[in-house]
Structure formats: C-alpha cells, structure tokens
Design a binder for this molecule. Structure first.
Ligand SMILES: C[S@@+](CC[C@H](N)C(=O)[O-])C[C@H]1O[C@@H](n2cnc3c(N)ncnc32)[C@H](O)[C@@H]1O
Length: 410
C-alpha cells in the first residue's frame, strides 16, 4: 500500500546484491514487490534507490499537507503541568518525529508489526500514525481520562488504554499483537518528562524478553545528551552505560520550546533507541547478571569524582564477608576476558574489542570506564553465571524488573 514505510533494510539488501556481483539482480518497488533481472529489467541500483526514496518522501509530504495538529477548544483540554502535558503544535515537527520513528523501527526489519504510543494526549502524533499504519496493531497508553475520551470519540477503532505508562506489560502486549515469539514492539512518544528515566528503564527491562524493538521518544535535551554521551564527558553516566549496552542510541534532532503548547522551559531532543535484543545482550553480558551491573553502576556513579578503588571498597567488603585481604587482591587483579568475549574481540566485534579492563582500572573514575568494561568490572566484583567450559549457566535469567526500580534521575 502507499502507506507502507519505506523498506530501508530491503534497500540495503538491494545494494548488497549489486556490490557482490557488480550487476543488478533485483530491485524492490515502493509497494514491496520484487522485480528480478530475469524479468528483463536492468536498472542502475543507486539511481533507483534514490528514486524510490525521493518518491516516498514526496508522497509523505503530499499526504501530510492535509494534516494539522488537533486544535483544542479553549477550556476543553487545559494542559496539566502535573502530568507533563506539553502538546505538539507544529505539523512539521510531528512529521519529522514520525519519520524518525519509521526509520528506527525498520532498521532491522522491513515492516512495523506492532506499535505503542506512550502519552498520546490530544493525538498530535496519533493522527499521523493512524494514517500511516492503521489502528489494528496500534495501542495507546494514557493516564488522562480526558484524552482517552477524546481519542475514543475520534478514533473508535483505536485501542487506547487508560493506565499508567509505568505499569505496561510490554511482553504481554507483544504476545497479544504478534503472538508468541513474534517481533518486538516499536514504541513512540512525546514523553511526560517527569518520568523519562523510569519509562526508559522499563523499556530496557522489557527488552530482556525481546518485547521492544525500538523506541523513538522526546525528552529534555540534557537527558538525551546523557543517553548518547561519549566516555569522559560530563554527560556520561548510568543512562549512557545502560543504554549503550542495551541498544544503539542516536539523537535525531533538537526540538525548541516554541513547537509545544504550553512552551516548556527547556529544549527537547528526539532520541532513537534500537534495542540489540536478547541474543546480542546475552552475548555482551556473557554471564554477568544485569542486577549486579546495576549495583556497580549505582555505587561508582554515586561518587563520580572518586576512583573505582575507593567507591567499590565498601561493596567488596560486604561481598567478601569483611575479608580485607581478599578485597585487596580483587582491587589489584588484572582480569582476563572470558574466552567467549576474547573470541568475539579477535573476530572484530566492536563491543568486545574494547571490553578488557585497562591495567590501572582501579585508579580510574567511573566516567573513564566504557560500557563494555563496566561488564568486566561487574564480573570481577560479583562473578558470573559461566560454567566450567566457559558456557553461560543454565537458568540464567536476565530478569523482569531490574532497571526500573532505579530512582528517577540517577
Ligand atoms: C508531553 S505530553 C504529549 C502529548 C501528545 N502526545 C503530544 O505530543 O501533543 C505527555 C502525555 O503523557 C501523558 N502522561 C503523563 N503521565 C503519564 C503516565 N504516568 N502514564 C501515561 N500517560 C501519562 C499526559 O497526560 C500527556 O498526554
């Protein structure tokens, strides 16, 4: 259908087809049909890819021209500050957010099979999402009864759930839409900023069970900066470490206060997260338990100016029943990577390649330790679930609620 998202992944494949044989074997048209070389059609792959992209964007612009953000009659829907209600009023920004969502959600697969909007409010994003994806596989989560009523009236087919976004059972919702073992959900939302971190941590937990594939969400600019922060910067902290282990993160663009009503006092950013999924996550953690990682991160970043030796000493004393000698020997250890991680590193895996702790790790501050190294630091303090032969122990659960218990902002 003309409303199908552009199959970016398929276009990637399409390039691959050309590069391996230096001749074009096939191409994909806008409606998802393949045409094979055998059909007698030979095209310039890059030109065709560009043509398809341009055409899709042109159609998108045309289609969205008819849309305007919902106008609320005065007195009908007074924004509540306590619920973080800052409504989008600019259709161009709405289009850009939804376009970024489509890209994030189709990075590893060609189509979106289940989507969830967090906090639809009066429906600025909802309207465009329905026009692109329909209502069947779409769920909205909203705590404000007024919004639920408004959306029910406007889109009777749409499933709007009147509930707290922090109580969503994502694995259950995924099963409901896509069945057992189906694709993870794609999440979108202009979030209520007062619970941003908690929402994100709940998504990380859900990704333990492959319930979430991607999230494209607005947040306060500074929080977004923390998610994508590089090592040794002021913004680097728990959010950076967790989400750079659990996902690929990207800052799509900055959003000024002027496109919201009422105008927030801060700049916003649209962040895209593509969760790596259970299999890659298990490989990255290689037997380390997420709840232990959480403890190490909390202890070290609580005292971000202190070196790791000092901030972990108390924790180690507790773990090692007060045996100061053992604590010293851990703090002086030069740990090797587990064989499975070393193998990945030697094969060029970008994450594993930087996973080994440096010699002077104990003298470093937490902001100097990269996300992969935090996994090794946790292994050192708490051990892991690896068996004799180096395999991951049976019964090794990633966990249901691990991250979401963290206090907001830490
Ligand atoms: C920033 S507004 C976005 C509204 C709309 N999507 C837009 O872009 O114009 C955040 C929305 O989240 C809703 N909300 C706030 N706290 C919530 C919670 N705990 N659970 C579910 N929804 C919540 C608010 O009622 C509001 O509609």
């Amino acid at each position: 259908t003309p409303y199908m998202p552009l199959p970016i992944k398929l276009l990637d494949n399409f390039h691959t087809i050309k590069s391996t044989t230096s001749r074009l074997h096939g191409w994909i048209s806008l409606n998802g049909d393949y045409v094979w070389e055998d059909d007698g059609i030979v095209l310039d792959a890059e030109k065709e890819a560009k043509r398809v992209t341009d055409k899709a964007e042109e159609m998108e612009v045309e289609r969205n021209k008819a849309l305007v953000p919902p106008k609320l009659r005065s007195g009908e829907f007074k924004p509540k500050q306590s619920l973080g209600q800052n409504f989008l009023t600019d259709q161009n920004t709405i289009n850009r957010i939804v376009n970024s969502f489509s890209k994030d959600a189709t990075r590893s697969t060609s189509s979106i099979t289940g989507l969830v909007e967090l906090g639809p409010g009066p429906g600025a994003l909802t309207q465009l999402l329905i026009s692109k994806y329909g209502t069947e596989n779409f769920r909205c989560i909203e705590i404000d009864q007024r919004s639920v009523e408004l959306l029910n009236k406007q889109y009777p087919e749409l499933d709007v759930r009147h509930m707290d976004v922090l109580q969503v059972d994502y694995p259950g919702m995924k099963r409901e839409i896509n069945g057992e073992g189906g694709e993870g959900l794609a999440v979108i939302g202009n979030l209520p900023y007062y619970i941003t971190s908690q929402i994100l941590f709940a998504l990380a937990d859900a990704s333990h069970q492959d319930a979430i594939r991607s999230a494209t969400v607005t947040m306060q600019w500074e929080v977004g900066e923390r998610l994508v922060a590089n090592l040794s910067t002021k913004a680097y902290g728990i959010l950076s470490v967790v989400f750079q282990i659990y996902a690929e993160t990207r800052m799509h663009f900055k959003i000024p206060p002027t496109v919201f009503y009422p105008k927030p006092k801060v700049d916003s950013g649209l962040v895209g997260l593509s969760f790596v999924g259970q299999e890659v996550l298990r490989r990255r953690l290689c037997g380390v338990r997420p709840r232990d990682l959480r403890m190490v991160l909390t202890k070290t970043f609580q005292q971000r100016r202190k070196c790791v030796r000092n901030s972990l000493k108390k924790l180690l004393l507790e773990e090692l029943d007060g045996d100061a000698e053992k604590v010293q020997s851990v703090l002086n250890a030069q740990p090797q990577l587990p064989a499975a991680v070393a193998k990945l590193a030697s094969e060029g895996d970008a994450f594993a390649k930087v996973q080994r702790l440096p010699e002077d790790w104990a003298a470093k501050r937490p902001e100097e330790i990269n996300p992969a190294q935090f996994i090794e630091l946790t292994r050192l303090v708490y051990g892991d679930e690896l068996e004799e032969g180096g395999g991951v122990g049976s019964g090794y659960e990633l966990g249901g609620k691990v991250w979401r218990k963290l206090k907001h902002g830490t």
